[in-house]
Design a protein around this ligand. Structure first.
Ligand code: SF4
Ligand code: SF4
Length: 77
């Protein structure tokens, strides 16, 4: 899987101001069937580590703080 190096272009964006991963939340990481979300070591917040996504949405739906935004490609929406 390619590493997600370009933060602004990956399918899933985490709002670091809202994310409470630094308080122990791992919901989005646990619900993702592809295991592409992980903790950013620099910020302590969740982010998209691998640029792969099924657009299945539980990460966005289950995040307790609405920090996750899945950008569904136009052709799939
Ligand atoms: S579910 Fe939301 S608050 Fe929890 S780690 Fe993921 S983005 Fe952060
Ligand atoms: S939409 Fe699905 S595959 Fe994509 S990051 Fe969220 S849980 Fe993982």
């Amino acid at each position: 899987m390619p590493l997600a190096n370009h933060k602004s272009s990956v399918p899933v964006i985490v709002d670091e101001d809202k994310c409470i991963a630094d308080k122990g939340c791992r919901v989005c990481i646990e619900v993702c069937p592809l295991d592409v979300l992980w903790i950013n070591e620099e910020t302590g917040k969740a982010h998209m580590k691998y640029d792969e996504c099924w657009y299945c949405m539980p990460c966005e739906a289950d995040c307790p703080t609405d920090a996750v935004k899945v950008n569904i490609p136009y052709l799939l929406s």
